[in-house]
Design a protein around this ligand. Sequence first.
Ligand code: 5EF
Ligand code: ZN
Length: 263
Amino acid sequence: GASWTYNGPEGEHHWSKHYPYCGGAFQSPIDIKSELLRFDPTLRPIEIQNYNLSPNEQLTLGNNGHSVQISLPSKMHISSLPHRYTAAQLHFHWGSSGRPLGSEHTVNSKQYAAEMHVVHFNSDKYPNMSMAVDKSDGLAVLGVLIEVGEFNPAFQQFLRFINGIKYIDQRVQVPGFNIRALLPARLDEFYRYDGSLTTPPCYPSVLWTIFRNHVTISRKQFLDMATALYSSYAQESSPVPLNENFRKPQLVDSRVVLVSFKE
Ligand SMILES: NS(=O)(=O)c1c(F)c(F)c(S(=O)(=O)CCO)c(N[C@H]2CCc3ccccc32)c1F
Ligand SMILES: [Zn+2]
């Protein structure tokens, strides 16, 4: 569709001109505030299947101009939700080299350095992502908050290739690895709410699961992610850095955020 950005004349305050849902209800991300939370004892731990990929499998690592994404094989899925949600891709949102504040969801107004999203679609009801993306029960996204701290070997499994996708539409094949290692240890503690894609077309089609516990990457790893990529083409004379690719928190309205944990 039309080109959209995170800042300037095509930035998030203008998205709704071409993408009406972006100005609608049930938008994401949100600020997860303590007073919004309601403990729900029926929330089961997230159970994932086939996330541990063999190095013999190849994954496509790509720069789509809005994020760095890894396409995922359809054997990967979430098995603990009312329908099977099959993995499609994962991608990231981050700040910039001078500002390690780039998460989309915030917790009591605390913004993290970055955020990972693992995007799944309801494969019980829809044949693929494109058919599911605009349905209210179409998508389930797992969100992981990322802080700068301890080096994270799992992130190195794709970060070591990031200089091969510096420009928009560049892709490289990377060996499969254990995608579970990118998630926090506990998959039983999370926030849950009904929201949307955080990019145009902003369809209100996402069941969001944001894990309570963050993961860490080192400062060098953060800088690699935040400084390697451009949203412009390789041959363009003035390259446009790809960073600060996060949408601001949206109105919660009467939505409730469920939590799977008590304290
Ligand atoms: N934060 S988020 O989880 O809402 C989210 C993104 F932030 C994001 F950047 C992308 S994208 O595909 O990399 C670029 C714009 O679609 C997608 N991609 C999704 C949306 C549409 C689509 C179609 C096929 C495969 C993936 C996606 C996304 F779901
Ligand atoms: Zn995202």
